[in-house]
Design a protein around this ligand. Structure first.
Ligand SMILES: [Mg+2]
Length: 234
């Protein structure tokens, strides 16, 4: 338990408040099924998708639009190996694999709403997520959680500079500000480097590119479940 005072909790959304990576994995499985039917070894799919995903993230950031573009590029890459262009029908089937990612409907992780309800009565809550603002803000509205947050920020990158900018923009006091999330690379390590506290809540589903060793820090806390925030910030 931390000293009894008002804290500011910056809270990640994808795989912290609601399921996300699971839907990306399901989209990739759907795509791998199509590739296999084309005659491609499934093992080749993930590295190719990773490659084109990184290309599109560099252009347009992380989100369903980038991911769909990556799958379409991967499909084109594969059909070129067969000496032809993709058909419109094939591209429609590829797009259908990511349809779920564009939905504003979210599946909240266990006890998220009750925990936020409790925390919001004592602390300032700010949603801080990566992605495409249009879709992330639609998911926040669809989640029914928007009322718990004083602000919602959708960032292109969660790096040290992004957290420093957030501290300035929202006039945050680093000593009582914490980033809460499931990603060592985006939520925990850059927040610690920016002088904030960080609360790591591992998810069963975290995008493999978000994993890296946690920085040792006296401001780092690790919880098993979101609901344990209530005891930490009692
Ligand atoms: Mg996350």
């Amino acid at each position: 338990m931390l000293p009894n005072q008002r804290h500011t909790l910056l809270i990640d959304a994808d795989d912290t408040l609601w399921e996300n990576d699971r839907h990306y994995r399901a989209s990739t499985v759907c795509f791998a099924d199509l590739a296999q039917a084309l005659g491609v070894d499934r093992q080749r799919v993930q590295p190719l998708v990773d490659h084109y995903e990184q290309v599109h993230i560099n252009i347009g950031g992380f989100g369903p639009t980038s991911f769909t573009a990556a799958l379409l590029d991967t499909w084109q890459h594969l059909t070129h190996e067969f000496g032809r262009e993709p058909t419109d029908a094939e591209l429609d089937r590829v797009r259908a694999c990511t349809g779920r990612l564009f939905s504003p409907q979210v599946e909240l992780l266990p006890l998220v709403a009750a925990t936020l309800d409790h925390l919001a009565s004592r602390h300032a809550l700010v949603m801080v997520t990566k992605g495409e603002p249009e879709f992330q803000l639609a998911k926040l509205q669809g989640s029914g959680l928007a009322g718990y947050f004083e602000h919602a920020r959708v960032l292109a990158h969660k790096d040290v500079a992004a957290y420093q900018t957030l501290v300035t923009d929202l006039a945050l006091e680093p000593a009582v500000t914490w980033m809460v999330g499931n990603s060592p690379r985006s939520d925990i390590n850059p927040a610690l480097r920016a002088g904030l506290g960080a609360v790591y809540i591992p998810s069963n589903h975290t995008w493999h590119q978000e994993l890296e060793p946690l920085l040792p820090s006296p401001r780092l806390r690790v919880l098993n479940r979101f609901a344990q925030l209530i005891d930490l910030f009692a």
